[in-house]
Design a protein. Structure first.
Length: 335
């Protein structure tokens, strides 16, 4: 930079190259017309951009630099994504229409040489998880004859686990899982999450437990969907046995639900809660407790302990009525 604040020819040339590169990120149409050399050059440019941004970040110069490159942040990506801009290029090649097989193979080969297989797998997992193909596959399985059954859920959970097994960024996983579950209105995704929690101990299952705990605390529509799934599909309930954190959250949800109903003076047990969980009424609560008792093992023991504590609390009339309803549902032939 000159003393008057203007850029030297060399600096101007560097900034022009950056602007041209980030312009490519805003439009993937060029990929369908690209050659093997174009793909190679783009990936190597991306590697250089990553190196420059990392250096600028380490020297606290990144903010000043971004102000000089308007296309940097107008490309639709935040600065953290751009620090791994090679992943963006790979994702574009994987998802853009019209990319030739030769160019795709070239991209894969170069990416492997630059970053190795582990990073490649992480990008691939993320692309598949967010792609239309993944959603179509899950929708197909869920819409098969008989609805969401055990085989379909097991297959979906296996696909999901394979996609995320190499991911180590827990915060990223939890954010993506939360959005994935929030989009669920049928219980399909919830069922997959519960089956994974039951079947494995991994970063994936841990993140799903944390997200479902958050969902139950929020008491929004998804919490109701979670309980509907739990009640409707017995094969998902073992997740409560596998995770004490999830079981505590489920019981706390029931306790809070009851408190909204216990506050009524008419003993009609109509919830005064605002929002979606108002519809999770007395009968739904009875069904939820019943589903936990039917799991067996430590889940049944802890649920019985929970019921005993509730009966001994103030307002036990409510829980007496719960007991009566439970008895009639668990022992329907007893008069």
């Amino acid at each position: 930079m000159h003393s008057d604040g203007s850029l030297t020819d060399e600096s101007q040339s560097v900034l022009s190259a950056f602007n041209a590169f980030f312009h490519k990120l805003q439009n993937n149409e060029w990929l369908s017309r690209s050659s093997k050399e174009d793909i190679k050059n783009c990936l190597h440019s991306a590697q250089k951009v990553e190196t420059v941004l990392q250096t600028l970040d380490a020297t606290n110069c990144l903010t000043n630099f971004t102000s000089l490159v308007p296309n940097l942040l107008s490309s639709g990506f935040d600065i953290n994504q751009l620090k791994n801009v090679s992943d963006i290029v790979l994702t574009m090649v994987l998802t853009a229409p019209g990319v030739s097989l030769v160019c795709a193979r070239t991209c894969f080969d170069e990416y492997f040489k630059l970053y190795g297989s582990e990073r490649f797998e992480q990008v691939l997992s993320s692309v598949i998880f967010c792609s239309e193909i993944y959603r179509v596959l899950l929708d197909y399985l869920a819409s098969s004859e008989g609805g969401v059954g055990k085989v379909e859920i097991n297959l979906q959970s296996n696909i999901f686990s394979q996609i995320w097994k190499s991911e180590t960024d827990v915060e990223k996983m939890q954010c993506m899982f939360y959005e994935w579950l929030k989009a669920d209105t049928t219980g399909q995704n919830v069922a997959v999450a519960l089956m994974i929690i039951n079947s494995e101990e991994s970063n994936t299952s841990m993140c799903l437990i944390n997200v479902l705990t958050k969902v139950l605390c929020e008491r929004e529509e998804l919490a109701v969907v979670l309980w509907q799934t739990f009640i409707r599909l017995p094969q998902t309930r073992k997740a409560a046995e596998k995770s004490s954190q999830l079981l505590r959250s489920l019981l706390q949800f029931l306790k809070t639900t009851a408190e909204w109903m216990e506050a009524t003076a008419t003993f009609a047990w109509i919830s005064r809660e605002k929002g979606p969980c108002r519809e999770f009424g007395f009968n739904q609560l009875v069904d939820a407790v019943k589903s936990l008792l039917e799991v067996g093992g430590c889940v049944s023991v802890k649920t019985h302990q929970f019921l005993l504590e509730r009966r001994n609390s103030v307002g036990c009339t409510f829980w007496d009525d719960i007991d009566i309803s439970l008895d009639s549902r668990l022992n329907p032939l007893v008069n």
